[in-house]
Design a protein around this ligand. Structure first.
Ligand code: GLC
Length: 434
């Protein structure tokens, strides 16, 4: 059965890009709300100075491709309301900043040219639009006299704007592979007061959904429109699920969205970048639980990827070059294959191969417990150089103490490893199964 998420669960690894005016303050994409910056000040400082002169989307696309990423999701409009494309429905767009360009069209082209699928992130929330009902949760002006601040604001006009922009995005840019809305916050106390929260009724999510499906029947939709049953992918954010994701007890398609350093937008002063090894491990961890990883870069105000992100993408790509067979087309191991100490497992069902990612190098032997390994493993090799990994227990002269030492060939398949870990960030053993 062909499903609109088939390519997605095969490809596993995508690039998130958070880029907007907030690249200039360089203190996260929430800066306008966190620091309660008024529109006029925000625009005077940032809108009037947005000029990414080094912007070269071809370089971005190449960095993503090298890393092994197969799709990307760009914030065409984030909560600040600023648009990266030449929308007919607003003047609040890159065309009207000093850069004077539609930044989205060349980006979409550059990524497509590299064979990378295209996703748009669109913020339902809008801290700039004059008809957006100011709310007490996250709006930069949430602490004023909300009622009087909201006077004259016409929510329906905002919703029309939102629907028009979504139509425009799904009409003018060819086939869009992913649409990523962010986010609903239905009010628990008073669903009628839009200053307390906004959910599916406020966004007219059902109408939006019909339009989306009419315009782009195959587009993959995230789960933040507040429409149970209508989404394609669950999007855990800034945490890793502990096992394959389930909703109401049923396994679902899921994708963890993660940052290098806890910020989505460019954050100059943040120092806690995760290292390449951690990030590779996160990717493997996702796939070992049947999920995807959407890893985020926040480009600078001059239009370049942060150098720290670039270094890590480069390292991930070097790992992927040799090991992507354990990522693409893979998911969690079938349950009969027991967990292996200090390892993560992935499995390719079409090829019937199991991949063991060794996180900590053992002393010579890798023990695979359980009959499934004994009965099904035909051959083992390292993935990076296709060198055989012998399957056998101990040398004859060691066997007298085998059982005492916990070597039990009735219950365990034992692989013999080289003394030192091969020069690969996380080595992978490929098991051919019968
Ligand atoms: C949150 C944040 C937002 C970010 C998103 C990514 O909802 O509001 O800044 O874009 O997560 O998942």
């Amino acid at each position: 059965m062909s499903n609109r998420t088939d390519w997605f669960v095969h490809d596993r690894f995508g690039l998130f890009i958070h880029w907007g005016l907030y690249a200039l303050p360089a203190r996260q994409e929430w800066v306008k709300s966190l620091e309660e910056i008024e529109d006029a000040e925000y625009d005077r400082k940032y809108f009037s100075r947005f000029e990414p002169d080094l912007y070269d989307p071809v370089q971005w696309a190449r960095a993503a491709k090298h890393a092994g990423m197969k799709y990307f999701v760009i914030t065409v409009k984030h909560h600040e309301g600023f648009c990266l494309w030449n929308s007919r429905f607003t003047e609040y767009k890159s065309m009207n900043t000093p850069v004077k360009k539609d930044l989205l069209t060349p980006m979409v082209k550059a990524f497509r040219d590299e064979g990378i699928k295209v996703g748009f992130y669109y913020s339902l929330i809008d801290w700039h639009h004059e008809d957006y009902i100011i709310d007490t949760h996250n709006h930069p002006r949430r602490n004023g006299d909300i009622e009087s601040l909201n006077k004259g604001r016409d929510h329906n006009r905002y919703i029309e704007y939102l629907h028009n922009q979504v139509r425009e995005l799904l009409t003018d840019f060819g086939k869009i592979d992913i649409l990523w809305f962010d986010f609903s916050f239905p009010d628990k106390n008073d669903p009628l007061d839009l200053s307390k929260g906004k959910g599916k009724a406020a966004w007219k999510s059902e109408e939006l959904y019909s339009m989306i499906r009419e315009l782009q029947p195959d587009v993959i939709l995230d789960d933040r429109l507040d429409l149970p049953g209508a989404w394609d992918v669950k999007t855990p954010e800034q945490f890793q699920p502990r096992s394959p994701y389930k909703v109401d007890g049923q396994p679902v398609v899921w994708e963890a969205c993660q940052t290098f350093s806890n910020s989505w937008g460019y954050d100059r002063d943040v120092l806690n970048y995760r290292d390449s090894r951690q990030l590779i491990e996160t990717l493997i961890d996702c796939v070992s639980k049947g999920g995807n990883l959407l890893l985020n870069v926040g480009p600078t105000g001059r239009g370049e990827f942060d150098y720290r992100a670039l270094e890590r993408l480069e390292d991930m790509g070097n790992w992927m070059r040799y090991n992507n067979r354990s990522i693409y087309g893979c998911a969690e191991a079938p349950p009969e294959y027991e967990k292996v100490e200090n390892c993560l497992l992935t499995y390719n069902r079409d090829k019937n191969r199991l991949y063991i990612h060794i996180l900590s190098w053992p002393y010579k032997h890798l023990h695979l417990d359980g009959r499934a390994y004994i009965e099904h493993v035909e051959y083992a090799q390292f993935l990076h150089d296709a060198s055989e990994v012998p399957i056998k227990g101990l040398e004859p002269w060691q066997e007298h103490s085998a059982l005492d030492a916990g070597f039990d060939s009735e219950k365990t398949l034992t692989l013999v490893l080289p003394l030192n870990s091969p020069p690969v960030e996380i080595p992978v053993i490929e098991l051919f199964l019968k």
